[in-house]
Design a protein around this ligand. Structure first.
Ligand code: BTN
Length: 239
């Protein structure tokens, strides 16, 4: 491991997951993979105070300055859709306790039109990595994120204890792991928000400006321009 890892294993309270805290790393998802390769037993969580190359969706960078929560939850292998739902619902449920948020399809947690939390699921041959980024105590964002990102601090004017927020995430994610796909999807489909015009970019370079009418249980997306299998969707641009 080339990064500067300052690791402390803290089996805190009764939460059934080992937590590994890093000052800084490129990406907690990447460290999670290194830990898996070195035989660390699941479940565990990697948390960093800051990331230098936080991974976002579609190969984008997730800006990860100090003040946010950057955590990769490493759990047993499961279907990627189930993991996506568990990650999104976890963040949605925890943040809903603190302020009004929406869960925008498929897994962005929004305050109005600004993103406050994002989820990146990665599967390995033996485990599922649910990477969650939450903007918590950031007082500002780089210019590129002005108007499209927000934090708990900016929305509520309060600073939050990152360890307490982390524990809420661990508790909720652990709780959701016990549910079957049907139950999770049922809850997800009731909560997920997809109203309004969007541009769906498909593999192969095609894209459709459309309105989403429904998300099927297999995650295919029913729109006024046709039905798109989730695996064919590269990204959804909201208008
Ligand atoms: C998105 O683009 O919406 C997904 C962002 C996911 C960011 C989190 S931060 C913790 C974990 N480690 C990463 O490198 N990415 C995820």
């Amino acid at each position: 491991m080339s990064q500067n890892l300052s690791i402390t294993l803290l089996p805190l309270r009764q939460l059934p997951v080992d937590k590994y805290f890093l000052k800084v790393c490129e990406s907690t998802n990447q460290i999670a993979k290194l830990f898996l390769e070195s035989g660390v037993k699941i479940p565990f969580v990697i948390i960093a105070e800051a990331q230098t190359r936080g991974k976002g969706q579609r190969g984008r960078l997730w800006v990860s300055d100090k003040g946010g929560l950057y955590a990769s939850f490493v759990v047993r292998k499961m279907d990627s859709r189930k993991a996506l739902i568990i990650g999104a619902l976890t963040s949605y449920h925890v943040l809903s306790k603190l302020l009004p948020v929406k869960m925008r399809f498929p897994n962005d947690i929004m305050v109005e039109k600004k993103k406050i939390s994002g989820i990146l699921v990665e599967l390995t041959s033996e485990a599922t990595i649910i990477g969650i980024g939450v903007n918590v105590n950031q007082k500002d964002f780089p210019e590129t994120l002005q108007g499209i990102a927000t934090s708990l601090y900016l929305e509520t004017g309060s600073m939050y204890d990152l360890n307490q927020i982390l524990d809420l995430y661990i508790e909720e994610l652990t709780r959701l792991l016990d549910f079957d796909y049907a139950t999770l999807f049922n809850n997800y489909s009731k909560a997920v928000f997809f109203r309004g015009l969007c541009n769906i970019h498909l593999s192969g370079g095609r894209n459709f400006t459309c309105v989403i009418e429904k998300i099927e249980r297999d995650f295919s997306v029913v729109t006024d321009r046709g039905v798109f299998p989730f695996d064919h969707i590269i990204w959804i641009e909201w208008m």
